[in-house]
Design a protein around this ligand. Structure first.
Ligand code: UD2
Ligand code: MN
Length: 600
């Protein structure tokens, strides 16, 4: 008995050893295969001449402070290199690397590739090397909040969509990724068509090569414009042929995420609203998909630059209580929105007199609100967009001419007295005001019985920072000589307020709104606020530290201390000196003169 058990044990021991040996052998064979495969790959990669290694570095490039080589001007080339740059401009270099950018992750480049990426940057104002490496059908995570995910839509009941994507000289990979993301993530039943509108691109890869790529895709069609119309003309071209119930506009460098279409169509079906998705960020450097801040809405500065701002308190409250509900916004960014086709046309489509780029988003937002519709953002539709720092394409006629005339049109038609405000402080735009023929648009406004701009400011954007008949407007000057104001360019949020040179009556950075409740507002929605030991410029809010009560020639905080210009001995006028609230004393540094400036 004992013997047989012992024998079986021995036998089991041998079996075990044999099995282990076989396993080790399998592992070794596998490892050998893997190593030789990797070796082969490395050798092949070395031999393969990457297209961008053929780039030449010439005297048009220089090394900047960070040690990076940068190209001055547009493309690599000049004499000798011209063909190469042409080749780069006109070739589609899409060559996806498995796994790159999947799940919306960033793509990192080697130092050498980074240099090349910088050189190619001007082509599209984003990292084309990275874009060409990411599969056009890459995966993205579901970006919706839990409350949005739990909303159930009756797909059968929703209206259908015509997605319109306009482009001028877009990169092939970016454009295709926009299209693919729509095809992959829209319910078949709801997506009627994708209309691409080529706004007179001249890149070779966007002609036949794109036609062929699109021919293989169901529901996608291309319209071509032989003239450069600009984005308004191009979108109108698309809208005219759309057969879906709802028009959905997208820029050509977007990626939509799971569940993006349903909330847009659900709301757009109502026929009284321009509904925008929540726009997330696709990094211009790595193409990583990142969520953008939840609490934002769109508005604009005194100079009519579009801005993202924090929504009003009551909107924030409603957002918190109802995180999946669309909320109103004074203005839309412009590129990404859905609207029922009938409403789009009933309200006058677009102002076709607007060229190339700019201001159409404000014009459309004002028109919508003033003429009885709404503009909203739904937090449940999440779309990524590459925000670029520079416009990569040409503006026939010059950037400022194009932008200024678009702005002049929008302001003239919709802003009433505030148009006079805008023109008064922007003389170059005022100079071309009369050149705009906006007769049709003014007629449209009349026929639609649209409300005033005053109504818009009071009802849609009550926390705006524009002057009104109820608000004082002008310069606030200290007895010592320096004026209150913000510094131009990028006004630092939370930057210490300083005494500044007073400037002329046209200097918007020295002009302020003083509200009946005591807020001192500058352009960009900045309010003077008492901070820790210093007065600072902060986003206007309900903070009590933004209240400055006028008491004779003094400006007092709620707690009764006085706004004081901190003057050092060597600096008698207080220019560049800091401000704070201090105990009130008999001193010129606490005396402020209100110099009214007519705002219209
Ligand atoms: C924003 C909007 C954009 C537009 C613009 C104001 C977003 C995310 N983007 O600027 O849609 O409202 O503000 O005008 O809200 N394009 C043409 N022809 C041209 C110029 C541009 O087809 O002559 C295309 C371009 O390829 C792109 C789209 O229009 O697909 C928007 O242009 P953009 O991406 O340069 O504008 P963006 O995002 O800076
Ligand atoms: Mn864009």
């Amino acid at each position: 008995m004992l013997r047989t058990e012992f024998g079986a044990l021995l036998c089991r021991g041998r079996k075990k050893r044999i099995v282990t040996l076989i396993l080790i052998l399998i592992f070794l064979i596998n490892a050998m295969f893997y190593v030789s495969f990797e070796l082969y790959n490395t050798v092949m990669r070395k031999n393969k001449k990457l297209w961008y290694n053929r780039l030449k570095y010439d005297k048009n490039s220089y090394v900047d402070e960070s040690g990076m080589r940068v190209i001055v001007g547009h493309y690599v080339g000049g004499i000798g290199g011209a063909n190469l740059s042409e080749e780069i401009m006109h070739t589609n270099n899409y060559s996806p690397v498995p796994g790159a950018g999947e799940g919306g992750r960033p793509v990192q480049l080697s130092p050498r590739e980074l240099i090349t990426a910088r050189e190619l940057y001007t082509l599209h104002s984003y990292n084309i090397l990275v874009s060409d490496r990411i599969a056009i059908n890459r995966s993205l995570p579901d970006m919706r909040s839990d409350s949005c995910r739990s909303v159930v839509y009756d797909t059968e009941e929703l209206p259908t969509a015509s997605v319109i994507i306009v482009f001028h000289n877009e990169a092939w990979s970016t454009l295709m990724r926009t299209i693919m993301s729509v095809l992959m993530r829209s319910p078949q039943l709801l997506l009627k068509q994708i209309i691409l509108v080529d706004d007179a691109s001249d890149r070779r890869y966007l002609s036949e090569e794109l036609d062929n790529a699109v021919a293989n895709l169901d529901k996608v069609q291309i319209l071509r414009s032989s003239n450069r119309n600009g984005l308004v003309g191009a979108r109108l071209m698309g809208a005219r042929v759309a057969t879906g119930d709802v028009l959905v506009f997208l820029d050509a460098h977007c990626e939509v995420t799971k569940g993006w279409l349903e909330p847009l169509l659900d709301r757009a079906g109502n026929d009284d609203v321009f509904i925008c998705p929540h726009i997330d960020l696709l990094s211009e450097d790595t193409l990583a998909y990142t969520k953008s801040i939840d609490a934002h809405w769109g508005a604009f500065s005194w100079r009519l630059h579009f801005r993202w701002l924090t929504p009003s308190g009551d909107v924030m409250l409603k957002k918190i209580r109802n995180p999946s509900k669309p909320y109103p916004t004074p203005a839309m960014a412009g590129g990404l929105f859905a609207v029922r086709k009938s409403l789009f046309w009933r309200l006058g489509g677009y102002d076709s007199g607007m060229l190339i780029w700019g201001a159409e988003n404000l014009e459309l937002s004002w028109r919508a609100w003033q003429c009885g519709a709404r503009v909203e953002i739904t937090p449940c539709s999440r779309v990524g967009h590459i925000f670029r720092r520079h416009s990569p394409y040409k503006y026939p006629g010059g950037v400022s001419k194009v932008l200024n005339s678009n702005l002049a049109r929008a302001a003239t038609v919709w802003m009433d007295e505030w148009a006079d405000f805008f023109f008064k402080f922007n003389p170059p735009i005022s100079a071309i005001r009369d050149q705009q023929n906006v007769y049709d648009r003014v007629e449209l406004r009349k026929n639609l019985h649209c409300k005033s701009f005053e109504w818009y400011l009071e009802n849609v954007w009550p926390q705006h920072f524009f002057p009104t008949t109820k608000r004082w407007f002008g310069r606030i000057k200290n007895e010592k000589g320096a004026c209150l104001g913000i510094t131009g360019g990028t006004p630092g949020l939370g930057a210490p307020a300083l005494g500044l040179q007073c400037g002329t009556d046209l200097d918007l950075d020295r002009l302020l709104v003083y509200t009946p409740e005591g807020k001192i507002m500058a352009d960009e929605g900045l309010c003077l606020q008492q901070g820790n030991g210093r007065a600072v410029w902060k986003s206007c809010s309900d903070n009590k530290k933004q209240i400055w009560v006028q008491d004779g020639a003094r400006l007092k905080t709620i707690s009764g201390s006085c706004l004081t210009l901190l003057i050092s001995e060597k600096n008698s006028d207080g220019i560049d000196e800091a401000l704070t609230s201090k105990r009130c004393v008999e001193d010129d540094s606490q005396i402020w003169h209100f110099e009214r400036v007519p705002w219209r």
